[in-house]
Design a protein. Sequence first.
Length: 202
Amino acid sequence: MKNVLISIGGNCNSNISNLNFEQIIAVDSGIKHIYNHSLEPSILVGDLDSISKEDYQKVIETNINIESYQENKDHTDFELSLNKIENPHSKNIFIIGGEGGDIDHMLSVFFTISNKEFYQNITWLYDKQSILFKNNISLQIDTNMNFSLIPLTDLKSLNIKGAKWELENEDVESGHSLTLRNQTEGDSLIISCEEGKFAFIY
């Protein structure tokens, strides 16, 4: 699948140098991260209340497509950016930015992603960590690596194999701390559940 990049505001310390993108969506001030990585956005989306004058002038000079919205609206700039992805079910979608911001913004990103039908295609590159949104996952991964699983909904019959603390057919309620701060054992990790969605952070 081809890759899409969405860059949101806040800090960004993610490394995306090994990735190529078919579509690059800048969300308001998140455009600065795109320029810092020497990339060019396909489109600028948002109410444009936080983009710097310098970055906005650069957008104008390079004829980047702008889709602006009023500040008083029913959807966040990030949600509007997700709606701009062409054929999202067939894309790998990477999010950068959003580090060190307000907690309500961070939680909004989490739950906006989990409510999208294509949530399993999305990876949030958050500083040195990756956040995947899944209902099952199988990874080849380094041993002794810390990870957390955050239930975004109630999880039915959760199984975790290849970890220090494994689970078998465990029902886990949304927000429960049971699956925080685990550690891989071996080089393969398999997580699955019959129903539900979770964020996997490693």
